[in-house]
Design a binder for this molecule. Structure first.
Ligand code: NAG
Ligand code: NAG
Ligand code: NAG
Ligand code: NAG
Ligand code: NAG
Ligand code: NAG
Length: 316
């Protein structure tokens, strides 16, 4: 049924091409990414204000402890199915010992990880099209949620002491955080490798990448870490040959067929399983910064790794 529909659309396309009607009707992805009207947050993030701002400046001499915070992801990615695989949310916590105030800096998919990973398939004037709600945003709040990151409450949560900094360094970090926010507007779940720990083609942009970048920034302004500190993070990997840039217009039908498989939001578990099996014969794509790439997957195709994050200044 689906294939015959597709066949008909192909036929129409061929007819259109030969008559030149494609020139009249553009086949471009017609919906802008992250359209604030079309993209809606189902869950109002309690820990991410709609318009995050840098932290209020503190006195240069304040004494501030920096922690790496981790907690299990409850929202999960791809709904409950893959969520059960496990996965962590991470953030950077600051405890100002001088004032007693605490701060959390984190990066997240603004419309949740599911939307940050796969697009919505929507009808535009009767034709299927793609709507991406994949913006990423730095969330900065002047407190640390004592429950959420507490290992005594959630056994898999953790707080790792990283360093003690002064207020001047904290103020620099606060400015850097805004720069990071503005230069990383798109959430990107996957790292694309040929094989794990070999060639990395595309780097993810997730909460973990933000935490890594935060520790690298602090190191760049003179903060030293104890190299015995163990810092681990999630890596959500796709294994593929080098991704090949493709033209959306040409690949539109295949791209939509591929992403329909992942529309876990509207399907039952059984349907998802059926669709995953059907995926074997489909071409696989990835959307990076407004462009589609065709993937040629290498075994084992995808994988979630919880592995060491190298500490800046501790490589040698
Ligand atoms: C994902 O995006 C769709 C389309 O805007 C929206 O309906 C849905 O609520 C979003 N999901 C979450 C968890 O925000
Ligand atoms: C962070 O980036 C988003 C867009 O990605 C923007 O809406 C928001 O205003 C930015 N926040 C700050 C504090 O610059
Ligand atoms: C900041 O965190 C510390 C340690 O968890 C806690 O004792 C203190 O009450 C927190 N400060 C505020 C203002 O919540
Ligand atoms: C849908 O069709 C109407 C009328 O032809 C047109 O004005 C509109 O731009 C179309 N919408 C999109 C998103 O292509
Ligand atoms: C803190 O985290 C808990 C557990 O996830 C959550 O129920 C609560 O709403 C959070 N509180 C705030 C103020 O964000
Ligand atoms: C570094 O961390 C290790 C392991 O936690 C600890 O034994 C050691 O005392 C720390 N060194 C310093 C200088 O804090």
């Amino acid at each position: 049924m689906k294939i015959s529909n597709r066949f008909i659309i192909y036929l129409i396309l061929i007819i259109c091409c030969s008559t030149g009607c494609l020139l009249v009707e553009s086949r471009d992805q017609s919906l802008p990414d992250n359209d604030p009207v079309l993209c809606q947050q189902r869950i109002q993030r309690e820990d991410c204000p709609v318009s995050p701002a840098p932290f209020e400046p503190v006195d240069d001499t304040n004494v501030i402890q920096v922690y790496y915070l981790q907690a299990p992801i409850f929202e999960g990615m791809f709904g409950n199915f893959f969520g059960k695989l496990g996965g962590y949310h991470s953030a950077v916590g600051f405890y100002d010992l001088t004032t007693g105030l605490n701060y959390t800096a984190e990066y997240d998919a603004f419309y949740e990880v599911g939307n940050g990973t796969v697009p919505n398939i929507v009808y535009v004037n009767g034709t299927k099209d793609i709507l991406w709600c994949n913006s990423g945003i730095v969330c900065a709040v002047p407190f640390v949620n004592a429950t959420y990151w507490d290992p005594a409450v959630y056994s898999t949560a953790s707080k790792t002491y990283m360093a003690t900094i002064d207020g001047a360094t904290f103020n620099k970090y606060s400015q850097w955080m805004v720069t990071y926010n503005n230069s990383n507007p798109i959430y990107q779940t996957w790292d694309v490798w040929n094989n794990y720990n070999q060639e990395l083609y595309i780097q993810s942009s997730t909460c973990d990448d933000f935490a890594d970048a935060s520790f690298a920034f602090l190191n760049s302004v003179g903060v030293q870490y104890n190299c015995s500190t163990i810092v681990k993070r999630d890596y959500v990997n796709i294994y593929s040959q080098k991704p090949v840039l493709v033209d959306y217009d040409v690949h539109k039908l295949d791209i939509i067929s591929f992403y329909e498989v992942f529309d876990f939001r509207t399907h039952s578990f059984l349907e998802v399983l059926k669709k995953l099996v059907s995926m074997i014969g489909l071409k696989k794509y990835l959307y990076i910064q407004g462009e589609y790439y065709l993937l040629e997957l290498n075994f084992p195709f995808i994988g979630l790794k919880y592995d060491f994050a190298p500490l800046p200044g501790c490589y040698n």
